[in-house]
Design a protein around this ligand. Structure first.
Ligand code: MG
Length: 244
């Protein structure tokens, strides 16, 4: 079951916004917020190790045996955690991962966070415009992102949703999110915003103090700040938020 308490909270806020003839908006990050990407990493790692048994003896099996639930945010931290340190392997894996993690090719392996598809559709069906605000970029990840959203059943019709990608791969993520926030403020009034990065969730909380702002607890970058007190902490979009 989806989290109806949070959903109803958001819907109540959106009614008030609509009464003032403005458009209610809900902002969602993608990686680690609407999608878990462990399977993307798994497939990248397995493809990286294909035909590499001579170069890195034994490493493929070791990597294959790492449970996806044990993956760290940084791929090299995952290898370190399992003491996999065949000479030259770390550099090779990092380069392969960096080449393909930010690419259309493996996005089909991403899995929607539990409850997210139903939750986002409920908001869209109630006339809340959905904004996907992501650090993914247009040239390398645009097509795969659109396909993944549609194939997993997230709203993508132009009247229901807007996808805000970085124009270029090289663009800074934080700068992109900050400048997008300005654009979002011109589209309407934010009633809900979710992200898995504590730093970014704080930016959302500061910019949209009247919105329901939630941190999805999943992998995030190291040395992240504490989320603000007002931020909800959730494992996913279901009503089952027991520690796991
Ligand atoms: Mg994220």
């Amino acid at each position: 079951m989806i989290n109806t308490q949070i959903l109803n909270d958001i819907l109540k806020k959106s009614e008030a916004i609509r009464a003032s003839a403005k458009t209610p908006l809900a902002v969602f990050d993608l990686d680690g917020t609407l999608f878990h990407y462990n399977k993307r990493v798994r497939n990248i790692l397995m493809d990286a190790m294909k035909d590499k048994d001579d170069q890195f003896p034994g490493a493929r099996t070791l990597i294959e045996n790492i449970p996806e639930s044990e993956y760290e945010y940084l791929v090299l931290d995952t290898l370190k955690k399992y003491d996999i340190n065949t000479p030259g392997l770390q550099e090779y894996i990092y380069n392969f991962w960096e080449r393909w993690f930010f690419d259309n090719k493996y996005l089909k392996y991403d899995k929607p966070v539990p409850g997210s598809v139903v939750f986002v559709n409920k908001l869209a069906d109630e006339g809340i415009k959905v904004i996907y605000l992501t650090g993914r970029d247009v040239p390398r990840m645009g097509k795969g992102t659109e396909e993944a959203l549609i194939q997993n059943g997230f709203p993508m019709q132009p009247e229901k949703a807007v996808l805000m990608l970085k124009p270029k791969y090289e663009d800074d993520n934080w700068e992109h999110k900050n400048s997008s926030i300005k654009a979002i403020k011109e589209l309407g009034e934010v009633v809900a915003a979710f992200d898995n990065e504590p730093g970014e969730v704080n930016i959302l909380a500061d910019n949209f103090p009247d919105a329901v702002v939630g941190l999805i607890i999943s992998l995030h970058s190291p040395n992240a700040p504490e989320p603000r007190d007002s931020v909800l902490r959730l494992h996913d979009f279901t009503d089952n938020q027991d520690e796991r």
